[in-house]
Structure formats: C-alpha cells, structure tokens
Design a protein around this ligand. Structure first.
Ligand code: GUN
Length: 288
C-alpha cells in the first residue's frame, strides 16, 4: 500500500480562490483587509517565511506591509511599534515573526498585540478561548492541519491521536483541536519513553519536533494518518520533513508531503484569519 498524499498545496489553491472572491466583496463594501508583519533582525529563515507571507497576501489582494527593525531594537521600542499598529485601522492582522532576539521577551511582545488583531492566535486570550472550547483566533499550523483532515474526509471521533512535540505554536493547540473533534489525544515529547511504541498505536500521528527524518516506519501503525510539520534542511540543503517519507509512505494510509503539505496551509490560515479579523470590524461597527 502506498499512502495517499494530503496536498496542502492543492487545498491552499482551492481556499485561495474562495478568499479572492471574498476579498473582492469586502472591497466593494470599502473594506481592504490589511496585514502587517513585524520582522526583527536578519535571520535568513524568517526572511524567507515573511517574504512568502507577503507574496501570498498580495496575490489575494490583502494590503500587506512588512515592517523591518534591526536586531538591536529595544523591547520598549518594539512594544511602542505594537501599540501604534494596534491603533492603525489599516491593519486587521498583526504578526510578529518569531524568534525574536534574546534580549526581547517574546511573551511580553505577543501579549501586547490586540487579541482581535492576533492572526497568529498566540495571545493568551486567544489561547485561553481555544482551551475552553470557544476558539476565536487559532494558531495557523494546527488550524491548517484540521482543514486538511476535513478535506480528506478523515474521521477524528474516537481515534487515537498522538502528537510528537509540545510547543505552544503547534503541539498544544493541535491536541486541543483534535480533542474538540473527539479524538483520544496523547502529547509526546523529548522525555517520553518508548516513543516509537507509543506512536505505533496512533491512528493519527502529528510530528512537530524539528529533527529531519526522525520518524521511521517503526513508528507507524499500518494505515495511519501521518502529518509531518517538520521543515529541516539536510546536508545538501534540501528541505526535508521530520518523517522519513520514502519508507513511511509504504505503511501509512495518508501522509502530508514536505514541501507542499502543512507549510502552505499555515500561510493560508494566516490569510483566512486576516480576512476574519477584517470582517469582524464590519460587524462591530454595524452593532453600534
Ligand atoms: N516562526 C515560525 N513559525 C511562526 C509562526 O507561525 N508565526 C510566527 N509569528 N512566527 C513564526
């Protein structure tokens, strides 16, 4: 058996077409969804991510701006930037690209973003809402994964889901989203014992560890749905996932590729939530 490829690229293309139409309608009402990305420093990976976000936003007709600041910006200066952007009505979404330089407390910066503009879903209010089952803005990578599962008609209720990785950005919100769809969820991490044995009980396995080709076929239950969140470079600079796809695809039922799997969906959900935030300003105005 060879696993069905779950193409984030194809689903993104479909959702992009829908979003383009939605944006045209909003523009007819005089509303142009706006996204500002704040980039601090020169990290090459962050530069690439930010450029990709801008490219996608422009393609859809979203007003998109990148504000770049030097590595040396102080925490206070950055908090002032956030304050200004919170008040700027042209921007419905604010994204601060992570990681930030070590002298800046990322938590403080993320907390300063107006939760209504927090299109990354990282603000504690949005995280809290998600964890009480009342989601508003949702972290984009796990949100995109849920859309992929839905698109490929994968039943989640009653399934054993194992997530490898416990980050605030992927692992924890992923667990909550799967729980909300009635999966039985386990979060595994670097201290988990017998990881391969645990993973091999999973009907749905989400891997977000950031170590190239760590998950081999021994981790996979035959027919399982395997979601690879990894984006690593091998010794030749080639982009590879956390999953050793050539052997895992022989065992799994479904597998997301790297690239063109989860990656495009993360950007898609960012655009989606920017539009949602823009639309929310319309309803809040009409309620006045
Ligand atoms: N750095 C790596 N992934 C992300 C993300 O999803 N959002 C932000 N803001 N920074 C990131």
């Amino acid at each position: 058996m060879v696993a069905t490829v779950m193409s984030g690229k194809l689903l993104s293309d479909e959702l992009n077409e829908e979003m383009k139409v939605e944006i045209i309608k909003l523009k007819e009402k005089g509303l142009v969804p706006g996204l500002v990305v704040v980039l601090v420093g020169e990290d090459p990976a962050s530069q690439t991510y930010v450029k990709n976000k801008e490219k996608r936003a422009k393609k859809l007709g979203i007003h998109s701006v990148i504000e770049r600041y030097p590595e040396t910006i102080s925490e206070l200066e950055l908090l002032r930037v956030i304050d200004r952007l919170n008040k700027d009505e042209h921007f419905h979404g604010i994204l601060v690209q992570l990681p930030l330089p070590k002298h800046i407390d990322s938590t403080k910066v993320l907390d300063a973003i107006n939760p209504a503009k927090d299109v990354d879903g990282f603000h504690p209010i949005n995280m809290g809402k998600l964890f009480i089952g009342q989601p508003d803005r949702i972290p984009c990578t796990p949100y995109g994964i849920m859309k992929l599962l839905q698109r490929y008609d994968i039943e989640v209720t009653g399934k054993n889901a194992v997530i490898i990785g416990r980050s605030n950005i992927v692992g924890k919100p992923m667990a909550q989203l799967l729980l909300m769809k009635n999966a039985t969820v386990t979060i595994a991490h670097s201290k988990t014992k017998d990881l391969a044995e645990l993973a091999s009980k999973a009907d749905i396995l989400v891997v977000a560890v950031g170590r190239g080709h760590m998950v081999t076929k021994e981790f996979i239950k035959p027919g399982a749905v395997v979601i690879d969140v990894g984006m690593n470079r091998d010794e030749n600079g080639k982009l590879i996932g956390d999953v050793k796809s050539d052997e895992v695809q022989e065992v799994a039922g479904y597998l997301t590729p790297v690239p063109k799997g989860v990656g495009p969906m993360t950007i898609t959900m960012l655009m989606y939530q920017t539009i949602e935030s823009a639309k929310a300003t319309l309803t809040s105005q009409s309620k006045l």
